[in-house]
Design a protein around this ligand. Structure first.
Ligand SMILES: [Zn+2]
Length: 405
C-alpha cells in the first residue's frame, strides 16, 4: 500500500462575508479534492486539545498520530531537531523570532520577512552584546535558522535549573496587531527572557542592519521575541508506531523537526519557500517522484496559514487552488499506478482570516483510496465535514485508522 498525506497548513476557516458567506475552502475551485471527497470520506478531527497551544507544533504531532500530552515538550525543541541540534536531557531550546513592534503593538512577527543573512548579523550582535562577558555566555547560544525563525539554546547541568514546564510564553503570530503588554514570558526563568527581549530593542534600534532596511523601505527588526521553549522530546519512530517508513516535504523548520524526530528523511525542494510564493508544482513533482522510493509521502504546505495570518482571504483561496491543481491532482493521478493506495488531506488546525490567528477546534479531514467506502459527501469543506458523524475528538487516533484499518 502507498500512502499520501497532504497538509494545507491552517486551511480550516469560517464563513466570510467577503466570500458571500463561504469559507475559503468552499469558495476555492478544488476539483481534485472534491473528486476525492466523492470517492472517499469527509469527517472531522480535533488536533488542538484545549489545554495546549493551538499551534502547528501540537496539531501536526496529533495529526501524525502522537498524543501531545505524552510527546510534546515545546515548539522550539522540534525546530532544533530540524536543524540537527541535539538537546541533552537538561538542555532547553527557545524560539527566537525577529519581530517588528511599534508603540507596544506587534506589527509584524516576521520583521517583514527579514533575510537569513540579516538575521544572522543581528543574532551575532545579540550574542556579543547581551550575553558576552557574563556568566551566561557559555550556557546560552543564539542560533540562526531561516529568516525570522531562529533559536536560543540553553545548555543545562541539572533538571529545572532555570526554566520549567511552568514557564509560559506567547506566540508572536498570535499577537498580530495586538498590544504585547501582557504577553511577555512569565514563570521560572522569565526574568532572563524578558531582559534579553528588552535589551535587544535598545541594541537593534540603531543597528546597521535596521538602518539599511529602513532606508530600503522595509520594516526593521525592532527586537527579539522569545517563546515556545521546551526540553528534549523523545518520540518513538513512525515506523515503530505504524510499521511504515515515511518521508516529509516541507519548507518549514517545525515540520522538518517533527519529521526528524519520527525518523522520516526530508526531501528539500528548490523553490519551496514556506510562503505564498512557493513553487507548488515543484512540490507536487517532488512528491510524485518520492512515491517511487517511499511507502508514505507527506507534503506540508504553509501558504494557506500565512495568508490567514495576513488576513488575506483571496490569497488563501488562491493557495488552496494551487495546492489542488499542482499537488493533490498529480498525486492522485500517480497513485493510480501503484495498486493499493490511500490519500489523506487535512490541515493541522484552523487559522481564521478574521482573527489572523491559529485557533482551537476541529478541522475537516478527507480520506480516499483502497478499502475506504464512499460517504455521501461530494465536497471537501468545513460544512461537509460538520455534517458528517465521522469525528476524531482525539486527533491522534486518526492515523491508526488511516494506516491500518
Ligand atoms: Zn499550522
Amino acid at each position: 500500500m502507498k500512502y499520501v498525506i497532504v497538509i494545507p497548513d491552517g486551511c480550516a476557516d469560517e464563513p466570510l462575508d467577503e466570500l458571500a458567506g463561504k469559507t475559503p475552502l468552499e469558495a476555492a475551485k478544488i476539483p481534485a479534492m472534491d473528486r476525492l471527497a466523492s470517492k472517499g470520506k469527509v469527517g472531522l478531527a480535533n488536533n488542538t486539545p484545549s489545554h495546549l497551544p493551538a499551534g502547528s507544533e501540537v496539531a501536526n504531532l496529533c495529526l501524525l498520530g502522537y498524543d501531545p500530552d505524552q510527546y510534546f515538550t515545546g515548539r522550539a525543541p522540534l525546530e532544533a531537531a530540524a536543524q540537527g541540534i541535539e538537546l541533552a536531557p537538561n538542555d532547553w531550546a527557545v524560539r527566537c523570532n525577529l519581530v517588528t513592534i511599534e508603540d507596544q503593538v506587534m506589527k509584524d512577527f516576521t520583521a517583514d520577512h527579514i533575510t537569513t543573512e540579516e538575521a544572522s548579523e543581528l543574532l551575532a550582535s545579540a550574542q556579543k552584546e547581551l550575553l558576552g562577558g557574563s556568566d551566561l555566555e557559555s550556557r546560552f547560544e543564539f542560533i540562526t535558522g531561516v529568516s525570522y525563525r531562529n533559536l536560543l539554546v540553553y545548555r543545562g547541568t541539572g533538571p529545572d535549573e532555570i526554566f520549567s514546564a511552568d514557564t509560559r510564553t506567547s506566540a508572536p503570530h498570535d499577537l498580530t496587531d495586538l498590544s504585547i503588554g501582557d504577553d511577555f514570558p512569565r514563570g521560572p526563568g522569565s526574568d532572563l527572557l524578558v531582559r534579553l527581549m528588552n535589551e535587544s530593542a535598545a541594541l537593534f534600534a540603531q543597528h546597521p542592519v535596521n538602518l539599511a532596511r529602513v532606508a530600503a523601505g522595509k520594516r526593521p527588526a525592532t527586537s527579539l521575541w522569545l517563546w515556545g521553549l521546551g526540553g528534549a522530546p523523545a518520540l518513538p519512530s513512525f515506523k515503530e508506531r505504524f510499521g511504515i517508513q515515511g518521508t516529509m516535504i516541507t519548507a518549514v523548520d517545525l515540520l522538518r523537526g517533527i519529521a526528524a524526530l519520527v525518523g522520516w528523511p526530508r526531501i528539500e525542494v528548490d523553490g519551496a519557500t514556506g510562503y505564498l510564493d512557493t513553487d507548488y508544482a515543484a512540490k507536487g513533482k517532488a512528491a510524485v517522484k518520492a512515491l517511487e522510493d517511499h511507502d508514505l509521502v507527506c507534503v506540508h504546505i504553509e501558504a494557506p496559514d500565512e495568508a490567514s495570518h495576513e488576513g488575506r482571504h483571496e490569497a488563501k483561496v488562491e493557495a488552496l487552488e494551487q495546492i489542488d491543481q499542482h499537488i493533490v491532482q498529480p498525486l492522485e493521478e500517480a497513485l493510480q499506478s501503484y495498486g493499493d493506495h490511500r490519500i489523506l488531506v487535512t490541515p493541522d488546525h484552523p487559522t481564521p482570516c478574521t482573527t489572523k490567528k491559529h485557533s482551537h477546534g476541529s478541522v475537516p479531514l478527507l480520506i480516499a483510496g483502497t478499502g475506504i467506502e464512499a460517504d455521501e459527501q461530494h465536497h471537501y469543506s468545513e460544512v461537509a465535514a460538520e455534517s458528517s458523524d465521522w469525528f476524531y475528538p482525539k486527533g491522534w487516533d486518526m492515523m491508526d485508522e488511516f494506516i491500518k484499518s
